[in-house]
Ligand binder design. Structure first.
Ligand SMILES: [Zn+2]
Length: 329
């Protein structure tokens, strides 16, 4: 089913949080958005683990963090399970405390340490995602019913009063749930339909890459440059004797700039020039910069004076950094 790679939005927030000054007006918002995404990611990883356990006749296709178009806007769907017999939107929640869905008022709240807290209703969120997914599928000539479920990733989330319209359960019951959906539904989609959905969604999300700069009102001047250390994850490795050296933890690396260029890609897009590379990884040496670029990247234009290179997306290079944030909490 494929491992969940680091979601792009989470990675971008991690880059911003560590490169934008804490004095920047948007820093508190970046920090809290990052914390929220990290918690969500931890829950989704757990869901992946259980999805792998499901014993099914037909293998489902699992899509993660997809942006589903919805009337000019987009709805983010955490986990979309596509199977010949069913389509399921799973809203994975990492909530703790005693949870109440109030049917009469549509409100959702939780009690934690004796304190009542109102929160966004996950059932409403799920209903929106399901409706958007159904409309999207219908728009590409696949009019099928979409199932939805709220999945609790934390065992410290206790449902006292459940939602009316949707199932809710702990993450370890996810395999049982999709096995049941397979048994209870007749095949309605062909394998080729599933691939068509995947391709269409991928294309759409690439077209509508989010603009973090606009979102957080930052400019490129707010993004601190420097190579990130693979040992302590601080920025600002120095170049010497053909390798990168961290002055903080003394770690050395020959290719730490590759992960840092993935960070560049998240911020500025896939193309880079020698000048931009030198500025971002902080090496004044033109020949070294050009060599490092030529070693790994292909040019996108033939123009000698302003050669542009293409950085291929590989978010797995940022996984150690993201895992460090995840487990240092
Ligand atoms: Zn270090």
């Amino acid at each position: 089913m494929g491992k969940r790679s680091v979601p792009e939005r989470l990675a971008a927030l991690a880059v911003l949080e560590s490169r934008v000054s804490e004095r920047h007006l948007s820093y508190p918002r970046i920090k809290s958005d990052l914390d929220m995404r990290l918690a969500g990611y931890a829950g989704e990883k757990k869901a992946d683990y259980y999805l792998e356990e499901a014993r099914m006749k037909e293998k489902p296709v699992v899509l993660k963090d997809v942006m589903v178009p919805a009337g000019g806007k987009q709805v983010q769907v955490d986990t979309l399970v596509l199977h010949p017999a069913f389509v399921l939107v799973a809203e994975v929640k990492n909530m703790t405390g005693e949870l109440y869905f109030d049917e009469g008022t549509g409100q959702f709240y939780r009690f934690r340490n004796g304190v009542r807290e109102g929160m966004r209703n996950p059932e409403d969120q799920l209903n929106r995602s399901v409706a958007a997914t159904e409309r999207f599928l219908a728009s590409i000539e696949l009019p099928v019913r979409v199932h939805g479920a709220i999945v609790l990733a934390s065992y410290h989330g206790l449902v006292i009063q459940g939602p009316v319209s949707r199932p809710i359960f702990q993450v370890d019951r996810l395999p049982g749930h999709i096995e049941k959906l397979e048994k209870e539904n007749r095949a309605i989609l062909k394998r080729s339909d599933l691939h068509y959905v995947v391709d269409t969604l991928n294309l759409l999300s690439r077209e509508k890459r989010e603009q973090f700069f606009k979102w957080y009102k930052i400019t490129s001047n707010d993004i601190g440059p420097g190579v990130r250390c693979p040992g302590c994850f601080r920025i600002g490795m120095e170049r010497g004797y053909g390798k990168w050296i961290c002055m903080d933890c003394k770690a050395t690396s020959t290719d730490a700039h590759l992960a840092t260029l993935q960070e560049y890609r998240l911020m500025y897009g896939k193309e880079i020039t020698s000048k931009k590379m030198r500025d971002f990884i902080q090496i004044p040496d033109l020949y070294l910069a050009n060599r490092l670029l030529r070693e790994r990247f292909t040019t996108v234009n033939k123009n000698k004076r302003n050669k542009r290179y293409q950085i291929k997306s590989d978010l797995s290079l940022l996984e150690p950094f993201i895992n460090h944030l995840l487990y240092s909490k």
